[in-house]
Every structure is written in structure tokens, then in C-alpha cells.
Design a binder for this molecule. Structure first.
Ligand SMILES: *Cc1c(COP(=O)(O)O)cnc(C)c1O
Length: 819
């Protein structure tokens, strides 16, 4: 059932050169060596991204991959490997996918627009799944690489494809069109946001419409394409509108009924209706697009209405939470299909905090594959990902249980029987992926396993963390290393969760403040080199046991470390030397460098791994002269030290703003701190390349009417200007929401509106003036996010973002997302 091409066929399709040394049948296209499951039938494309894919060929070879598309042969000899040489590896991937697409004559819906692409794709899948065998992008694989990998999945059992296409610069849509070859085009909501890659929103729209150039039929909103009706006239169009009464689907009435959204419309001169189980503006518009698409494809209004009413939310995110008995829980409520299972298993594999990895999986309802073939694939994936314990729920998994070659396995007919037995399984100290088809109600399992959270949580978006990392990587010259600062629980954002992500994405170094922080990372499986900024001599033994590298900043520290090393017979231990170039906190000063060199020269016990210093005000123009002076002092010092040592060391001085503002001071490594978490005074807010990773949210515990004459809170400090309402929320100074935010200084977002605090902040709660907002008990309240940023809060109380971020107390549960 899987696609298969011989390596010779592929060579011909992508017009490659290079010699085929051994025959191979290829069914899997690989672009990331961390995702190898089935090496013998995989073809690795050495793509040129932020990292050169050619650097990973050796890894792939070691893992058993023998087939490669490259733009030059590697220097090392790799017996039995086939190298297909092409001018451009990405082009080759796309050409291969386009060729594959051409082999099939099926309806393909191509979706583009600014917002809602993934939701609409998933909803159309839910809506048409009953009678179609559908292939679609896994998650939101909609890029120049994601689309070819998605299209590659088409096989002869499918009779409908649904693919979304996302672009960021001109020229990209033609390429995606050639791969997707859509027959039906669907345009989603067009935002007005200014996009970086395009001069005007109009340019972006024109680029997007290129997806539809060969479509037989196009579904769009009349108002979105006012300027384009002429050029589209020659095509079969299905137009929907809320204003234009001659549209194919004219929605003329919209009301809310019992929490649902009820719409009436004119279609083929008759009145039809549709009930949507969501009320927010975006979901309603997405639902109309689905409604129009179904009608355009010939579904009856009655079928469309009946199915749309049963639409369910689409969650693309994996949530990583603390579980009971020291477990970590990865909660994936996404549709269970084999592609999303693979993505979730990859995320599970990134986790190092517990040795044991457990998968709780339900039967998979995926059309297009024979059951046995499907479960064979699942079983193979489970062994490739080295799952230690497998818990299968459903009658199909039960039937095929002998396929699973796992150390510990348990099977249950349904969710209820698993729940009954849950305590007998003694789940503890393991990372558990919970992945189930919707009908299995796996949220019950998740509820039983996740530690109950007090309703104030700090959400950390790991994708954003990664894109921030890449934002800075892109600025660096090749070869410059990155040390990621994860001190103070990664600036309050987490411990192993953040470190795992950084390790998986190959930063070079981590830095923590104290030895204990380093030990905690080692105990959760972090193997990257770790520098300790403030090593305590009393903990040197632990430091060495856990292979942590001390930053030595004074003669006392250095002497004690050398003495320790001598006694323990430790030789050549990696250490870091800190120079004080102007901060005057810790570090060797310029005049101490000479005696320091005398000590280092003759010292067999340590090896100087790096020499570094720290900027005082790299973000601030006012102090640029001082910064230059720091650079000079640092350069003099490291030259002296390198001369004395007779070997070169890693040199580093730049923190986040240093990276942005002092390109000449990056030397061999940079120390990326707050920028990773989305804050950099040297990057303008409009630059969307950098985004805050954390959202602090809480909930409303009570709403009260309060008269102007009353006072609110301790010491009678608060009152309303006129009779009004207050909302009490579950966050106080013990959570890190400082007292300074009281009495109107601080603001929170309540259902989209920024409202001030009223009265003093108390230990566990505080009050908001919600006189002008619609709000009820249990509603979510945002303390900070992308809209009201950490920088804003810092400004409100006259502090810096660092303090806001690290203040969020450990009582506030952290929840991690990965999309
Ligand atoms: C915290 C810290 C950094 C990171 O600074 P940011 O401004 O957060 O990037 C770099 N170097 C040292 C020595 C630090 O203590």
C-alpha cells in the first residue's frame, strides 16, 4: 500500500547524476535525521537550511540510510550508499513530489489564505471522511518542505486530497501549486496584517491566488476578492457572502441559540440553514467556508447542516504537563492517525527526563489502509521509537497485539476498562504519551494522570522558543556557537522541558547559575556541556561527578578548584575563566590577568575551555563607548591568556542584545538569554521574528456588584469611580504578581479588554475593575501574553522584563505546548 519507487526511477525523475551502486526501493522521504524510522527504504534529502543537510549525511548513514540526494558527494567513503547529485536539493524533493502527484487522478482541494487554513483542512476532513478516503497534510505541514512530504503520502486507495499551502515570500506559490495540483481551490480568511515578504497585502493576495490557476472550481468570499472578479469570471466559482445577495451562498441571518450559532442563507434560490457548535468570529467564518465548500462539491444542504453541527474543535498542540507519581504527560487530543502519531512519538523521544517511555494509544480510524497493514505500521513505529511500555485500547489493537514487540504491553477493549485498571499499572517516573481517537474519550485518562493544577498557569510555547532560537541563529556567522542561558529555571520558563528542546535542536552549551541547577538538568537526561556561573567550592565534588564545568572568576575559586582536583586526581578538567571588563560584579580584572596566566601555564589539573566576559549595557546606545571599552579590555585579556596557554579557547562576551547590536563581538560563541524567551530591547516590537514564549493566565473566581461608595480590599485602598462590577481573580503576590501592581497600576486582559486592578493585591488573589466588560465566573484572564507583553508589565511598575519573568512563582504550574 505504501508508495515505492526504485532508486533508479527516482534518479531519472529528478534528473540527477551520480552512480547507483546498489538497488533500493524507496518509500520514505527524509529531511531530518532525527526522524529515521525505517532506514532501508528511506531517501535522505540533504537540504540547505539554517544547517547544511550535508553535515548530517554521516549520521544518517550510521543509522542505516543508504540513499541520498545531495548537491555534492561527501568526502568520506560510505560503502553501498547511493548519492544522487542535483544542483538544488529542495527542487529535487519538489519535483519528485510533483511527479508522484501526477500519477493519481483524484479530487484535490487546495487551501490557502491568511488564517484558518489548518482548521478548515481538518474540518473538511471531519465533514467528508464518512464517504471519502482522504489524504491531507499532517498538522500544518504547509511549507516548501512540508507540502512535498504531505503530497508524497498519496496512494491509490485515496479518492480525495486536502492540502493547505502557506507562503511567506513571492514565488513560493507557483512551486506549491505544481506539487499540489489542486482541482478545487478554497480561499480562507484574508487578514490585513502587513506581511514581511510582501510590499502590500494585495501583492500577497495575488500570490496566493496562484494556487488556483489550474483549478476547475474556486470557493471564496465575495468581499475578499472585490478587485478580482473580472479575472476569475472565466472559472467556475462558488461565491459566499454576507452582503451580496446574488452570491451562490448568501448568508443573511446570524444569531446565537443556546451557545450555538444559527445561520440562514439563500442557496439556489431556496432558504437553507446551518447550526455551528462554535460562536467565536473566526470559527464561524471557518464554518461558512466549509459550508460553501460542501455545497460547491455537491453535498445537499441537509447533509451539510447535519455534519457541520457535529464539528469538533481541532487542537494541533501537544501539551506537556506534570503528572502524578513523578510522570510527565504528553497529551495529544488530535485525531489519531499514523502521521500525527509519528510526530507525537518524535516529541516523546525528545524527552529525556525519565528513562521509561510509555504510549497509551487507541485504535486508529484511518481510511485508506487495510487494518493489518495499518497496525503493522503502528507496531513498527512503536519499536523504532523504542517505547518501553505500550498500552493499547480498542478491539483492533487487541486483535493485532501479537504484532507489538514491546517489553511491557497491556491491552484493553475500551477506555473504561483501562481506567479501572489504571492504578494496577503502577505508572511512575515515566514519560507517557496519551494519544487517542476522539471517540475513545482519552481526556478521562489524561484527567486521571495529570497533576491537578491551581488555576493559574504559565503556558510555554516550545515552538516559539525554537523560532526565537532560530531568529538568533540566523544572525550568526557559520561556526559561532550558542550557549543558551537556562539559569533560574530558564528565566522562570521551566527546567528540563526547555533544556530538552534546546538539546534536541543542538545548541552547543547550556549555562546555569548554581551547581544544583546543573545537577537537576543532568538528572533529567541533559548531556550537553553545562557551564555553572557561580560554582560553590563546597559542591566541587558534585560538580565533577555530574560533569559540570565551573566558571572561575577569582583566585580563591581557582585555588580551591585546583586543590580539589589535585586531591581527587582529576586532570585536565574543563573550566571557564571570567574576566571583569567593567561590570564589577565578579571576574578577574585586567591587572590580575598576568598572575592568572602564571597559574594557568603550569597547571595540569584544568583545561581552559573558554574565556568570557559580560556586557553591562549592550542594549543601550548611551553606553556604547563603554561597551567598546569592555570589548577592548576583553580582547587584551584573552590574547594574554591564549598566549600563556599555548592553545586557543572559546571566547564569548555577547548576551542577547549584544548579539543584536554588536555583530563584531560574537567571537566563537554567544550567550543567548532573555531573547530565547522572546524579549530583546534591541529588537523592535514590530519584528515578528521574535515572540514571547510565555503566557500567564488565571481565572475569575467571583464577580460582584460594588457601589461607588464602597471600598475594595485590604486597608480600604480601592474603590470604583461609579457604581460598577469587580472580578476577583486567582493570582496574588505569592504567585509573583507583585503588590506594586495594585490600585490600578497593573492591568489584565479580560475577554479581550484591558482592565485595571482595583485595591491592593493580596497574597493569593486580586480584584479587577470590570464595570465595562462582560465577564462571568470561571472566565480566563490573561496577565501577560503576546498582546500585553512582559515589557508592558515591567514598565507599569518600573522594573525590567527579567524580573517579571523570573518572579512567577513555582506554585504556578507550567504547561508546555508543541505544535
Ligand atoms: C544571564 C546572563 C546572560 C544572558 O543575558 P541576556 O541579557 O538574558 O541575554 C549572559 N551572560 C551571563 C554571564 C549571564 O549571567
Amino acid at each position: 500500500m505504501q508508495n515505492s519507487y526504485t532508486i533508479n526511477e527516482i534518479k531519472h525523475i529528478i534528473t540527477a547524476t551520480g552512480e547507483i551502486v546498489s538497488d533500493a526501493a524507496i518509500s520514505i522521504l527524509l529531511t531530518d535525521t532525527r526522524r529515521i524510522n525505517n532506514p532501508t527504504c528511506s531517501l535522505f534529502f540533504a537540504l540547505d537550511g539554517r544547517r547544511d543537510g550535508h553535515d548530517f549525511i554521516a549520521d544518517a548513514y550510521t543509522a542505516g540510510v543508504r540513499n541520498f540526494v545531495v548537491n555534492h558527494q561527501p568526502d568520506t567513503i560510505m560503502p553501498d550508499a547511493n548519492f544522487l547529485v542535483v544542483a538544488n536539493v529542495l527542487d529535487a524533493l519538489q519535483v519528485l513530489a510533483a511527479h508522484h502527484r501526477k500519477q493519481f487522478n483524484l479530487d484535490v482541494i487546495g487551501i490557502t489564505g491568511s488564517n484558518g487554513k489548518t482548521i478548515i483542512k481538518e474540518w473538511l476532513y471531519q465533514l467528508m471522511n464518512p464517504e471519502r478516503n482522504i489524504v491531507r497534510n499532517p498538522k500544518s505541514y504547509n511549507s516548501q518542505i512540508g507540502v512535498p512530504l504531505s503530497v508524497w503520502q498519496i496512494n491509490d486507495t485515496h479518492n480525495l486530497g486536502i492540502f493547505e499551502a502557506g507562503i511567506s515570500i513571492p514565488g513560493e506559490m507557483d512551486r506549491l501549486e505544481a506539487i499540489i495540483q489542486p482541482t478545487i481551490g478554497v480561499l480562507t480568511h484574508m487578514g490585513t496584517a502587513h506581511d514581511e515578504g510582501f510590499e502590500t497585502p494585495q501583492d500577497k493576495l495575488i500570490e496566493k491566488l496562484k494556487l488556483f490557476k489550474n483549478c476547475k472550481q474556486i470557493v471564496y468570499n465575495y468581499e475578499a476578492l472585490l478587485d478580482h472578479h473580472e479575472e476569475l469570471k472565466s472559472r467556475e466559482c462558488f461565491v459566499w457572502s454576507r452582503q451580496f445577495n446574488l452570491a451562490d451562498l448568501y448568508v443573511f441571518s446570524e444569531t446565537t441559540i443556546q451557545g450555538k450559532y444559527y445561520m440562514r442563507a439563500i442557496y439556489k434560490e431556496k432558504e437553507i440553514e446551518c447550526l455551528v457548535p462554535f460562536r467565536d468570529e473566526a470559527s464561524v467564518e471557518n464554518a461558512i467556508v466549509c459550508w460553501a465548500t460542501m455545497l460547491a462539491m455537491g453535498y445537499s444542504p441537509a447533509d451539510a447542516d447535519e455534519r457541520i453541527e457535529r464539528l469538533s474543535t481541532v487542537s494541533m498542540r501537544l501539551e506537556l504537563k506534570h503528572g502524578i507519581n513523578d510522570c510527565s504527560i504528553i497529551d495529544d487530543s488530535y485525531n489519531s492517525d499514523i502521521q500525527s502519531l509519528e510526530i507525537a512519538l518524535n516529541f516523546l523521544n525528545q524527552q529525556n527526563q525519565h528513562q521509561k517511555k510509555t504510549l497509551i494509544l487507541s485504535d486508529i480510524y484511518q481510511s485508506g489502509l487495510q487494518q493489518e497493514a495499518l497496525y503493522k505500521q503502528v507496531a513498527q513505529l512503536v519499536s523504532a521509537k523504542q517505547i518501553d511500555r505500550f498500552i493499547g485500547v480498542g478491539t483492533f489493537l487487541q486483535e493485532y497485539k501479537q504484532l507489538f514487540d514491546v517489553h511491557q504491553k497491556h491491552f484493553y477493549a475500551d477506555t473504561a476498562s483501562l481506567l479501572k485498571d489504571l492504578s494496577k499499572l503502577h505508572l511512575h517516573e515515566e514519560t507517557i504519551l496519551i494519544k487517542g481517537s476522539r471517540s475513545f474519550g482519552f481526556e478521562k485518562i489524561s484527567r486521571a494522570l495529570v497533576q491537578k493544577a491551581h488555576e493559574t498557569i504559565l503556558e510555554i510555547n516550545l515552538n516559539t522558543l525554537l523560532s526565537n532560537l532560530n531568529f538568533y541563529k540566523a544572525k550568526l556567522e557559520p561556526g559561532v556557537k550558542i550557549m543558551a542561558m537556562v539559569k533560574a529555571f530558564s528565566y522562570g520558563s521551566g527546567t528540563f522541558e526547555v533544556a530538552n528542546m534546546l538539546q534536541y535542536n543542538k545548541v552547543d552549551y547550556l549555562a546555569v547559575a548554581y551547581t544544583d541547577e546543573g545537577i537537576a538538568l543532568r538528572e533529567t537526561g541533559i548531556t550537553l556541556p553545562i557551564m555553572v556561573l557561580n560554582p560553590e567550592p563546597l559542591a566541587y565534588d558534585k560538580l565533577v561527578t555530574y560533569k559540570l564545568e565551573p566558571a572561575l572568576y577569582s583566585f580563591t575559586l581557582l585555588d580551591e578548584f585546583v586543590k580539589f582536583a589535585q586531591e581527587e586526581e582529576v586532570l585536565g578538567y574543563p573550566v571557564h575563566i571570567k574576566i571583569d571588563s567593567g561590570m564589577h560584579r565578579v571576574g578577574f580584572e585586567a591587572f590580575e590577568v598576568e598572575p592568572l596566566c602564571d597559574l594557568l601555564e603550569i597547571n595540569p589539573y584544568i583545561r581552559v575551555q573558554s574565556v568570557y566576559s559580560h556586557f553591562v549595557a549592550s542594549d543601550n546606545e548611551l553606553h556604547d563607548m563603554f561597551t567598546m571599552q569592555q570589548i577592548n579590555i576583553f580582547e587584551t585579556a584573552f590574547k594574554q591568556i591564549e598566549d600563556a596557554l599555548g592553545y586557543t579557547v572559546i571566547k564569548h562576551i555577547s548576551n542577547t542584545s549584544g548579539i543584536s547590536r554588536w555583530p563584531n563581538a560574537r567571537y566563537d560563541m554567544v550567550r543567548l538569554g532573555i531573547g530565547l524567551y522572546g524579549v530583546d530591547a534591541a529588537v523592535p516590537r514590530e519584528d515578528t521574528g521574535l515572540q514571547p514564549v510565555a503566557t500567564l493566565k488565571t481565572t475569575v473566581s467571583q464577580v460582584k456588584k460594588v457601589a461607588a461608595a464602597e471600598t475594595i480590599g485590604y486597608s480600604r485602598n480601592g474603590s470604583l469611580k461609579a457604581d460598577g462590577k469587580i472580578a476577583t481573580v486567582r493570582i496574588g503576590y505569592a504567585d509573583g504578581y507583585l503588590r506594586a501592581f495594585g490600585n490600578g497600576v497593573g492591568k489584565m486582559l479580560v475577554n479581550g479588554t484591558l482592565v485595571p486592578t482595583v485595591g491592593n493585591i493580596t497574597m493569593d488573589m486580586c480584584m479587577l475593575d470590570v464595570s465595562n466588560v462582560e465577564v462571568k465566573e470561571g472566565d480566563e484572564v490573561i496577565v501577560f501574553n503576546q498582546q500585553q507583553r512582559i515589557e508592558d508589565l515591567a514598565q507599569q511598575i518600573g522594573t525590567i522584563p527579567y524580573e517579571i519573568l523570573t518572579n512567577v512563582s513555582q506554585r504556578v504550574k507550567r504547561v508546555y505546548f508543541y505544535e
